[in-house]
Design a protein around this ligand. Sequence first.
Ligand code: BGC
Length: 247
Amino acid sequence: MQMLGVDIGGSGIKGCLVDTKTGELIGERLRLTTPQPATPAAIAHTLKALVEHFEWKGPVGCGFPAIIHNGIAKSAANIDKSWVETDAAHLFTDVTGLPCHVINDADAAGIAEMRFGTGQDRKGVIILITVGTGIGTAIFVNGQLLPNTELGHLMLEGMIAEHYCSDAVRKREDLSWSRWGKRFNKYLARLEFLFSPDLFILGGGSAAKLDKFIDKIETRAPLLAAASLNQAGIIGAALYAESQQGK
Ligand code: BGC
C-alpha cells in the first residue's frame, strides 16, 4: 500500500510517499521550512502545501514533535506554545481535506526501525533516540511501543537533557563531534542506568555521523544507527497511517 508520510520538525517539514510493504520511499522527498512562529495555523498551511505537491488524495501520517494523545498535542517544547491542547489530527484533516493521523515523531521513527530497520526481529528493551532540534525517544519491549516517552526532557548536568546535547545545541555551541559525543555518552549512560536497554538506536541527522563520535560512547548496550537514518520519521508516519485504517 502507498501512504504519504510526513515528519514535522522544529526546523523542517519533510514528506514522501512510502511503500508500506517494503518501507521504501517512492520518488523524491520534499522538505519545506517550518514556518516561524510554528503556530497550528502556520504548520497546517505548510502541510497542505506539501500534500498538494504530491497530488495525494489518501490518508496522511504525520510525525509531530510533541506528546500526542489521541491526536491532541499535550506539550510544545520546540514549537509554538499554542499547540498545547490543539487537536492536531482534526486540524490537519480539516485544512488538507484528507484523513490525517498524528503520532509523536520519535515514536514514528521507532515504528519504522522496528519494522524494517535496525530493530527488525530484535527482542528485549530497545530505545530509539532521535537527535535534532530536540531529543525524542521511543521505547520498545519485545517489539511493543510504550508511546510518548519524553526522555529528552530528563534532567542532566542541571538542565533539560535536550538543552545539553541536542543537535541544535551542538551547532549553536559549535561543539566538535568529540565534545558533543562526550555529552551524548553521559545522556546514554543515564538512560542505561534507568532502563537497562539491550540496544540503543540513533535516528535524526546525527545518525549519519555516528562514526565521528562512537569512540566516546561507553555504554554496555550497543549504539547503532537507524537503518533509514533521518527518513525513519517519514516511513514510520506512513506506517502509522496505515495502521489506523478501518479504526
Ligand atoms: C519533544 C518530543 C519530540 C522531540 C523530538 C522534544 O522536544 O518534547 O515530543 O519527540 O523533541 O522532536
